[in-house]
Design a protein around this ligand. Structure first.
Ligand SMILES: [Zn+2]
Length: 461
């Protein structure tokens, strides 16, 4: 049993699972889900009011309950925010938020109900924002699982590091709290570390499975990647900080979608957005030497690298790595497309893609052309040069990411159907669990339940 499209997709990839039922408070979300999982039962209801006596039994329960910080007062504020038109002039219908989502207590209520029926739910996962653990009733809530006979594990995982077997690794930095639980009657505990250690490369030991290390040892593990924890090489005597493998945001971008020159916009971008783009340009610009003709390949080289023999005519220029300007909120203003995307939220699309205006015609066509070109997963912009030594904001190309790209950033499979307007689809995606995270977490639970090993994802070549 699951809450939405993301968790269901991930669970679907785990051998031996079958979706029994999906519940959501939002009609559009549950209708979208039904299109993709026609075999399961679907319910749209105020989950906090649902009478679980009439609900089917499920061996595994995935729950993404309402964030407790969105209580009545802040909930109202959130609805008002939804009524602010976005870049496409769209607002969200009130029914996207008016019904109550499941609360954290409803998870315990369902588990207790099944125990009263004589068949305990064998295991599951609760997902939430990391501040969920700061809820003042968190302790009694957690204690509830133990009182109902469950062993629990508190997990802090960034979706960029959930190295799933089947689901696309999410090219997004998304820090979330998870509570995994397995009933003691199962007799085995999940091997969480097997699933949670991401692939990484240690400069001294090569390919390893990195070990999560929280900076503060005086309290329970909690927090975000980099800010509150890092990953280290697991080898004895090493332990250096290493970066887990992660897909870059460029993986989510459809480079064939045209973008508009900022100077040509009818409705100018907000000053704050322009400032962020200007700031991003300074951050990601690199000086390049661009060979215009040459037999040694047409690779542009950064000026700080050893210069090749200058036998050919050349030009110098400035290029920048395409980047995402973050239009609202967040701790950062922009992020390179070679890094994972910043967190997708439900409040609206706020990812603006900034690419270059004109490239030097060193491809031999003699024509300058826009640089909205496909970038391989790990290639750099070194092969692009710019005629001008300076890049004006007005000359850059800009567009918002499309819902399909947001979907890829959320690790949704290609072709997953979502109903509604652009903004509604982004809302559903922002609320979702990334399937790569639900896949690895439920894999750990299923292994404990069945006692059969599942092979985790190999490191990509
Ligand atoms: Zn090492």
């Amino acid at each position: 049993m699951a809450g939405g499209g993301g968790s269901s997709q991930g669970i679907h990839y785990v051998p031996g699972t079958e979706l029994v039922m999906a519940l959501n408070h939002w009609r559009l979300a549950i209708d979208s889900h039904a299109l993709n999982f026609p075999g399961a039962q679907h319910e749209c209801c105020d989950i906090s009011q649902a009478d679980f006596r009439w609900f089917p039994y499920a061996e595994i329960l995935w729950a993404s309950p309402e964030c407790t910080h969105h209580s009545v007062a802040s909930g109202r504020k959130r609805i008002q925010l939804d009524q602010v038109p976005d870049e496409n002039g769209e607002v969200l219908p009130v029914d996207a938020a008016e019904r109550s989502r499941a609360t954290a207590w409803d998870v315990l209520r369902y588990l207790e109900r099944m125990i009263l029926r004589g068949k305990p739910v064998l295991g599951g996962v609760v997902e939430n924002v990391i501040d969920f653990q700061r809820w003042n009733l968190f302790e009694p809530w957690r204690k509830g699982f133990e009182l109902l006979g469950y062993d629990i594990e508190i997990i802090h995982l960034n979706s960029a590091h959930a190295h799933a077997r089947k689901a696309l690794w999410s090219p997004q930095s998304r820090d979330r709290f998870y509570l995994g639980y397995v009933h003691r009657s199962v007799g085995r505990k999940p091997d969480w570390q097997k699933w949670l250690r991401p692939h990484a490369t240690c400069p001294d030991h090569g390919a390893v499975r990195a070990r999560q290390d929280f900076k503060r040892k005086d309290r329970e593990p909690w927090g975000r990647y980099r800010t509150q924890y890092v990953y280290r090489c697991p080898r004895a005597g090493c332990g250096q900080v290493i970066e887990p493998l992660a897909l870059p945001a460029s993986k989510a971008i459809d480079w064939t979608i045209p973008a508009q020159r900022i100077g040509d916009r009818k409705r100018p971008l907000a000053k704050k957005t322009m400032d962020r783009i200007r700031d991003g340009l300074e951050r990601y610009a690199r000086h390049l030497v661009v060979p215009v003709e040459g037999r040694q390949g047409k690779q542009a080289k950064p000026l700080d690298e050893p210069t090749r023999t200058m036998t050919t005519r050349r030009e110098t220029g400035v290029a920048f790595t395409p980047f995402i300007a973050e239009l609202r909120g967040g701790a950062s203003k922009h992020r390179s497309t070679t890094d994972p995307l910043c967190t997708v939220t439900a409040s609206g699309n706020h990812h603006g893609l900034v690419t270059e205006g004109l490239a030097v015609p060193y491809y031999g066509t003699g024509r300058a052309r826009p640089l909205s070109q496909p970038l391989g997963a790990l290639t750099t912009v070194d092969r692009y040069g710019l005629l001008k030594a300076q890049i004006e904001v007005e000359d850059c190309l800009f567009r918002m990411l499309e819902p399909e790209e947001i979907g890829t950033a959320m690790s949704f499979r290609e072709g997953y159907k979502l109903l509604g307007t652009k903004r509604e689809r982004v809302r559903m995606l922002g609320n979702a669990v990334t399937p790569n995270a639900s896949e690895i977490l439920v894999s750990a639970v299923v292994e404990a339940i069945t006692g059969e090993d599942i092979e985790p994802a190999a490191a990509p070549c």
